[in-house]
Every structure is written in structure tokens, then in C-alpha cells.
Design a protein around this ligand. Sequence first.
Ligand code: MOS
Length: 706
Amino acid sequence: MTGTETALGAPAERREGREKVTGTARYAAEYDRPGRTHAWPVPATVARGRVTGVDTAAALAQPGVLAVLTHENAPRLAEPDDATLAVLQDAKVPHRGWFVALVVAETPEAARAGATAVRVSYDVEPHDSVLRRDHPASYAAEQANGGHPGSTEHGDPDTAFASAEVRVDVEYDVPPLHNHPMEPHSSTARWDGDRLIVETSSQGTSTARDVLAGMFAMPAERITVVAEHVGGGFGSKGTPRPDVVLAAMAARHTGRPVTLTLPRRLLPSVVGHRAPTLHRLRLGAGADGRLTALVHDVTTHTSRVKEFVEQAAVPARVMYAAPHSRTVHRVAPLDVPSPSWMRAPGEAPGMYALESAMDELAGELGMDPVELRVRNEPETEPDSGKPFSSRHLVECLREGARRFGWSRRDPRPRSGRTGPLLVGTGVAAATYPVMVSPSTAAARALPDGTFLVQVNATDIGTGARTVVAQIAADALGVEPGRVRIEVGSSDLPYASLAGGSSGTASWGWPVHDACVSLAERLAGRSGPLPEQGIEARADTAGRADADSPYARHAFGAHFAEVTVDTVSGEVRVRRLLGVYAAGRILNARTARSQFIGGMTMGLGMALTEDSTVDAPFGDFAESDLASYHVPAHADVPSVEAHWIEEDDPHLNPMGSKGIGEIGIVGTAAAIGNAVHHATGIRFRRLPLTPDRVLTGLLAHESPAPV
Ligand code: MOS
């Protein structure tokens, strides 16, 4: 144990690192219970309609096939709050890819062969799966995700915009995007008498247990849900997905343990996606660069299964001082797979549009884009009027500019060229709200001088165990090596999920409190501890969820340098640099990984990631990693993440803000702005693939004759 590891903030190594690199870390599909079977789903091949018959004879005749579940024979479940989980409960097909049967067999191969042999017939209805800005089915949503009001208005934005000295009125499009974690969604379930035990790849097992308890109409105490290790989620495992429900149903139906690992090909239509967002930004400013009007209109889609409204205009309520503003979310329910959470839902697409439009405004004003943002720094949160608990956006911009060498930039578009490459740089701001949820924890002092800390945190690859140990050791005043951590089981003290960048704050708070009271009790006693040790517990209900008089957000600034190949249209990112103000950084090593991971995902959003709804089929055309392009090593250049020490007493005992998502926010805008600087062309639709860029370059070189 190194001395530096004792300090909160130290770059402690991941506790489970050795298990992961040696392959001994167990994931949900790797619990090989005696008698275990495997399941394979059958997806609907039509976009809308009803199942009129399922012919299972050929499937059941396959060697090793044990059962085929359909809506006719599957266990009846109570209606879930999340209707995407109501699988095999009726004949309705709400979108292509919806599961209409499940084959259970002795091996995964037999299950797959069985699934291929199932014959499903349908009554097909016409479908509509293409989003447009003027879609007749779209309506202004009452609420956007996260409980935000769908629309807000301050002052008279239309008049202010119309009379502004400088105006930008632009549209930006972000396509559907998919989370595609390395580990696909996967669950192993078994019944032990009236107990249900599930290992699942999930961002929160307390939540999964409660959902299963509701659907299977049984007390939560009879269910154990375990997620020891999770190979990423990025939001798509934030709420339980159909795999866990189907595995539990199949285990009940067959009386055997069942593992269901969703094939990657089936993920895009059943585990959620970032909904496409069509943006219109209207920015009006005086010649001094001060915004007078800010209007952000977002149009998005949802499925027929549930209303999901990507809250993409919400960051416009936080970022800049504008006396007249309006934000609106419109949503069109279509015959498409259900969207869901994806890293920085709302902020990631919303800040792409807003920060690109700000760059356009800087261009119209002839003002440096860093200075434009500084000039529009608000004194209080624009929408709520609340004071910020802390806000160091300007410091992030200044520090980023210094580190990046921004002052050496020639602001003229298309001013940098080496051979066939155009070179450009761009900047964009980032923000992400501070979220925290009530959680509980137990801390126990043992007679051998060690400590056991229990909290149902979920480590989705972030290093949750490690940072929780640092928080505990810091509160106890001991070396982290003396603290053992147990996370990842719903049998542990209840804790909230790993989502909304809220995990460390939500889990660390009760861990801190339990450890502080344990330390007090230890200080007040003498003599050896009893064999079972002594324990302290803490619960942050009523505190973690209390309303704050402060607006609490993390902020950041992203800088990018790109080259644009004039021959191929290929954009490559040479440098990415982020500077963040996110409260106290609790582990410098794992925090850096979170930041650069988010930035890398933002690079993918900017350049390659693109899910397209295939209109005749009503489902995504890209259903594997050969067609949905996430950045590979060669795509990811020098990525630097830095932070500003921020001392914010209005957060939680550790003084931390969430860091899992802010790295993706604004990154695509910084890259897009750099592409504009390189080329002099404004591309307003992601991703910036070579075909689109080349088309733009060719049109720019030789404008079409009029
Ligand atoms: Mo994140 S999309 O809140 O898991």
C-alpha cells in the first residue's frame, strides 16, 4: 500500500483490476449453476401489428431444445411501470425487434437453432418510423426526462430575436445513437423454492430487484439480484431490460437455471437508444456579444410503448445569461424501438447544438468563441434564478485555452493547411447537473483491526469499489488497505443505481456517515472488540433528496484540433483537451479515465456513430459493431483531461460532483467547430463522415451553377 493511496483524491488503482485482467472477474453469463440452460429470443420481423400464431413444433424438435415461451404460455406478470419490460404478455407488436418468443435449450447453440426454427405469423399494420421536424404526430411534451418541464419561457424571445443586432438561426441534427457496451445485456436466473436469485448486467441491482418484485408479485426480500462486475452500460443498463425478466420467466417455466445473453445483433431494438434530436437554435445578440434572445426547439421521437423525451433543450436553461429565452421539447410517437438513457441524456445532443450555434454566433460577431462564452456568463442560473453552488466555467475555458495554446490560433476559417490536409481548432463548453439519490451503508470494525463496508453500489467499470474504499478510509482515518468493500448485491444495504453521474456521491455519502459514526464509537471505547465487531449504519433519505437553494452543476471546456483530408473527406482528431470543474476529485486515476472515456465517446458521436432507422423495416440498419462504428485505438489521439480544484460546500460530505458523463458533453461541438475552422464549411448534421464532408468540400470548391 503506497502512502499516497490514503488520501482522498489520490490516484488509487482499481481494486478489481487484477481479477479483470486475469479473467477471474465473473460477469452475469458466467455463473455456471448445475443444470443451467440457455435462452435465445425471437424478435418480431414486422414493425407494427399482432402475432396471429407461433408455430413451435420445428423448434421443439431440435436436439437440446427444452421449451419455447410465447405470449400464450409464458408466466403472467403484473404490469410494470416501464412497459418495455412487459414481454410475452400479449400478441401486440409495437416495433420491429420486439421479442415474440423465447427458446430455452441445453446449450446456447441449441437455443439459437431453436429460435431460427420458430415460425411466427402476423397481422401487419402500416407503420411510420421516420422523424421529421414537422411530423404531424408530434406534440409539445408536458415533461422532458428527468422531471424537467417540457417548455420554458422568459421575457419575449420572439421580439428580442427579431430586433437583435446579430442573429443566428440554425438547425442541427443528431441521429439515433446506441450505447453498445462491451458486455451485452445478460442475465442468469434461478428459483430456489420461492426465492429468485439473479445475476445480471445492470447499473443498479436494488432497482432491478424492486422491478422484479413488482412484476412477479412477490416480496423484494425473496429476491437477490447480483451484479458483481459489469462490462459497461452507459445508461442502457440503468433500468432493467427485458433479458432479466425473460431469464426469470424462463427459469420459472423450466424449473432450471437460465442464462440469457442478448446477441449484439438484437441489442439495438430492445435495450434503448439515444433518440434522434432535431434542433433549431435562434440566438440574438448585441454587437457587444451579449445574448438578448436564446430559443432552443427540440424535436425527438419516442416509441408506441412509452413516452421518452430526450431533454436536449435543458442545458440551454443553465448555460448563458439571456433576458429573453424559450426552450421547447416536441416528441412524435412512432413505430420505432423505445429510446432510453445514453450517457449524458439531454446534455450530449443539446450541447452539441447549442455550442455549435454559439460558435456560429462568434463567427457572425467576429468575436473569439472563448470570449463570447465568458461575456455571457450568468450571475445566477438563468432559468431558476438560483445562485450556483459553484460555477467555474470561465476558469475552465481560460485554463483550457492556456494549455491548448488557443492564443496562437489564427481565427480565420480555412487558414491552416498542410499538403492535402486542412487544419482547424475548436472549443465548446460542457455542463452536467449534480445528481444524488438516497442510499444506505453499513460499516463494521472487526477485532483484527480491519473494516468491512457494505453498500449496494454497482461498479460498471468506473472503479466504484476503489473510490468507496477511499471515502471510507478517509472518514475512518485509516489506510484503505484495512478496508474491505462489498458492493454489487441487492442483499447489501440499499443503494441507488450507477446512473446520472450520481453513484459516487450517492454511495459515498452514507459510507462517509457510517464510517464517521463508527470512528466516534471506536474512539469512545477501550478493550478488544466483540467477535462480530461493531457496526454503524447510515441512511441519507431526507438529506440526499432534499431540495437545494442552489443550482448545482459541473462545468467544463473542450478544445479540439482536427485535420480534414481534402481528397478523402476524412476528419481526424489530432488533439482533445478537456478542463473540468466538478467539485473535489476523489480519485485522480479513475476520474481521469472517466473524463477521457467520455471524450472518446464524444469523438465517436462527432465522427462515426450513426444509427439509422431503416424506413421500410422500422428498425435500425446498424446492428453490429462492424456497421455501428465506435472509435478504435487508431481513432483516438492525444486526449488530455485536467481539472480545477473546486471547493463546494453545498454538495455532500466529500464535496464531489459527478464526472461520468460530462466528458461527452460538448465534445462533438468542439470537434465540429474545429472542422468549420479547418474548412470554412458548417456541417450541421452528425456524424461528420467522409462522404458528407467530401460532398461539402466539393460543393465549396465548385459551387453549383445557378
Ligand atoms: Mo447514465 S445515461 O445516467 O447511466
